[in-house]
Ligand binder design. Structure first.
Ligand code: ASP
Ligand code: MG
Length: 348
């Protein structure tokens, strides 16, 4: 089996959806499982609706229009989202009354984006001649702890997912909700913003997929930010360690922690561009060969604080660094870079 994950933009417009459908069609022999994000912009709108609702006023008009227009454009029933949007409306009305927004409720509100898009995408594939069925990831068995808004999956659920997904994939292409899961009590949780990639690698690990493909609408990992360096090229192969460093230092790559479930099991994660499906994209592996002396990519971060601590008392002292870092730890600050000399320490 092969996991194909399409992010919000890749299922966010009629053109993008058409490209996604062609990609799925081209992978049918590999027995694809499709993972989708909410249509672009929907999660942001859902979270903002929740915050408006606790303050007493909200309107679902924009969200209804977003789905109705998109579904109208791709020729599926625009009323497809109505049932879930009505359920969301009830939930939001409840929030205007209780005037309290817990992380648990926030996750429940956020889950509607993927629950709707999985149904929309499955219907669209189906109408295009690809038998497909929408699946909520928690119905397949995806379980997490109860840390709402940033829940951690429990790998003990993999055998169940494997069984259910194999069953679901027998006759149709499963279209699975990214981002959402459930805790042991059956409450809806989410894996954190952009969590659909994580869903993809978790499902990939559970079914021991031959490959996990992440399909954003940009090239894989590039040698530099293409908005700044026009000659930036995509990097064919990266190790997970290299991808982690790049993400950490600001490259806009898929978050490496979310690739771990697959990469740990030697399942390659390929990041490919929906607008350029012929290009190979970037493959992330547990280990990747390096060219000696070659710089693979340049990343940058803005809005960084640089703190330089200087003390002549540091000279030939022990434990000075430990004392400095204890202060950062106490304030829960993560230090990115450290440079030291004998009497100064600079950290970002
Ligand atoms: N829809 C969720 C978000 O916008 C998850 C995802 O896109 O991966 O964060
Ligand atoms: Mg996204």
């Amino acid at each position: 089996m092969r996991i194909l994950k399409f992010g919000g933009t890749s299922v966010g417009s009629a053109e993008a959806l058409e490209r996604a459908r062609d990609i799925v069609r081209g992978e049918l022999d590999a027995r694809p499982v499709v993972v989708v994000s909410a249509h672009a912009g929907v999660t942001d709108e859902l979270l903002s609706l929740a915050h408006r609702a606790v303050r007493g006023r909200y309107s679902l008009r924009k969200l209804r229009r977003r789905h109705a227009e998109l579904y109208g454009e791709i020729g599926i029933d625009p009323a497809l989202a109505d049932e879930l949007l009505d359920e969301l409306d009830d939930l939001l009305r409840g929030l205007t009354l209780v005037r309290e927004l817990t992380p648990r409720t926030l996750d429940r509100v956020a889950s509607f984006g993927e629950r709707i898009s999985a149904r929309g995408v499955a219907t669209y594939l189906h109408e295009g001649g690809i038998p497909a069925t929408a699946c909520d990831a928690y119905d397949l068995g995806l379980r997490t702890d109860s840390r709402f808004t940033a829940a951690t999956p429990d790998p003990a659920c993999f055998p169940e997912i494997r069984r259910n997904l194999k069953q679901a994939a027998r006759k149709k292409v499963p279209v699975v909700t990214g981002f959402v899961a459930q805790d042991a009590k059956g409450e809806i949780t989410t894996l954190g913003r952009s969590g659909s990639d994580f869903t993809a690698t978790l499902l990939g690990a559970a079914v021991e997929a031959d490959e996990v493909q992440i399909w954003p609408d940009v090239d894989g990992v590039m040698t530099a930010d293409p908005r700044i360096v026009s000659g930036a090229r995509s990097i064919p192969v990266l190790s997970i360690a290299e991808a982690s460093e790049l993400a950490y230092y600001g490259a806009r790559v898929i978050h490496p922690a979310t690739m771990l479930p697959a990469v740990e099991r030697r399942i390659p994660v390929r990041v490919r561009n929906t607008s350029q499906p012929d290009r190979p994209g970037t493959t992330i592996l547990a280990q990747a060969g390096s060219t000696r002396g070659a710089v693979k990519s340049i990343a940058y971060k803005r809005g960084i604080y640089l703190i330089t601590v200087e003390s002549s008392r540091m000279l030939l002292q022990s434990g000075f660094m430990a004392r400095i870092f204890e202060v950062f730890a106490r304030h829960d600050l993560s230090v990115d870079l450290v440079a030291t000399s004998e009497v100064t320490v600079s950290v970002t």
